[in-house]
Ligand binder design. Structure first.
Ligand code: CP3
Length: 345
């Protein structure tokens, strides 16, 4: 591995420079991505390993980030479970057969990842080959709550009414569904690791909608099951829970070698609350990329100053890059991290 500062930081080891990668670093803000996207649907790109690998490498070549993240989507493993998934134009993901009842849950299948998503594992192998050890490859999955939220609501949601109704009206149905999702996630991530993923991130993008007591009862045991079952796999696990400043201690309890932080909390305060026995990843507001480059540099420096060279920080945004973002500003961000994050070893 020519550049291993990302993996070192995951293990809380000393690094020559703070590593940086960005959630959604492959995507529509980049013209190289759009050139391919204009010819193929999003799902076709995910299911064609050559295209997925090409798009995975674009930000590595263009931005100089310290890790690649596999181009895929958290919703891909749902198809093998019997979910009818579509990415509707300008609407985001839509599920045509949402899961609402015990009978719906009974129909959900738990099959092997290599069988349900062979193209993902092939893309992992191809990415590793094409990266030639330049930077490590991160695999990923959705977390139990976030995947359940799409399966139950049938799309993104502002209120999560159907999810919360299921939790409170039929907790046994909720837990039965999540038990199936947990098992699919563990198999899916183990298969990615076996195919060559050198770290994995679990995205709990929408869990911030829950009260701490509901997180503890309805989500924590499931996220913990996933984290516990990945412990022996020998790669770092990043647990990113978005909008989770009120849940941090519980997220830590669920597990993960690295805790991903959104921008709604200062990074030094978050790390202190978590304890220094985990690494942290984050946490610039993705909308900061709409500020002038000098200002972006100042914001980067402030986060690095708050961390103060403590080993175990991976720089990232607090959530994914927006599609309207300027590539030049993203490059300015990466350069600022590498400039201000350099150690005098
Ligand atoms: O980070 C990366 O560069 C890797 C690729 C990646 C994508 N989706 C590609 C994508 C990753 C890690 C994801 C994860 C994902 N997918 C999450 C968790 C991360 C987060 O943002 O919280 C979620 C919630 C999804 C579900 C999803 N997929 C949504 C809500 C959407 C629509 C978003 C939008 O902005 O329209 C997608 C589609 C999607 N996934 C795109 C990309 C590049 C856009 C598809 C297109 O080209 O039209």
């Amino acid at each position: 591995m020519k550049n291993d500062r990302f993996l070192k930081a995951c293990r809380r080891e000393e690094v020559d420079c703070t590593p940086v990668w960005l959630m959604r670093q492959a995507g529509r803000y980049m013209k190289e991505y759009m050139e391919i996207r204009n010819k193929h649907s999003f799902l076709t790109m995910c299911k064609t390993p050559e295209l997925a690998a090409e798009v995975t490498l674009q930000p590595v070549n263009k931005l100089g980030v310290d890790a690649a993240i596999l181009f895929a989507d958290i919703l891909l493993p749902l198809e093998g479970m019997g979910i009818d998934l579509e990415f509707a134009k300008n609407e985001g993901p839509v599920i045509h057969n949402p899961v609402r009842t015990k009978a719906d849950v009974d129909k959900i299948r738990v099959i092997e990842a290599e069988e349900a998503t062979p193209y993902v594992m092939e893309a992992v192998r191809l990415c590793r080959k094409e990266l030639e050890g330049r930077v490590p490859l991160i695999g990923f999955s959705g977390a139990p709550f976030t995947l359940a939220s799409y399966m139950i609501e049938g799309s993104g949601s502002k209120t999560y009414i159907n999810c919360k109704q299921m939790m409170w009206q039929a907790p046994e149905v909720w837990h039965a569904l999540l038990n199936k999702i947990d098992e699919v996630i563990v198999r899916y991530l183990k298969a990615q690791i076996k195919a060559g993923a050198q770290a994995v991130q679990v995205f709990d993008s929408w869990v911030g909608t829950l009260s701490p007591r509901d997180y503890e009862e309805f989500v924590l045991p499931h996220s913990k099951y996933v984290m516990d079952n990945l412990k022996g796999e020998g790669v770092p696990v990043i647990h990113f829970a978005n909008n989770s400043s009120t849940l941090l201690e519980l997220v830590k309890k669920a597990g993960g070698d690295v805790i991903g932080l959104d921008w709604r909390i200062n990074i030094d305060e978050a790390w202190k609350r978590l304890g220094y026995d985990v690494a942290v990843q984050g946490n610039l507001d993705p909308i900061a990329l709409f500020a002038p480059p000098e200002k972006i540099g100042e914001m980067v420096k402030e986060i690095l100053d708050r961390v103060g060279n403590r080993p175990g920080h991976i720089f990232n945004l607090g959530h994914g890059i927006q599609k309207e973002t300027s590539v030049e500003h993203v490059i300015a961000l990466v350069e600022a991290v590498h400039k201000y994050g350099k150690r005098n070893l």
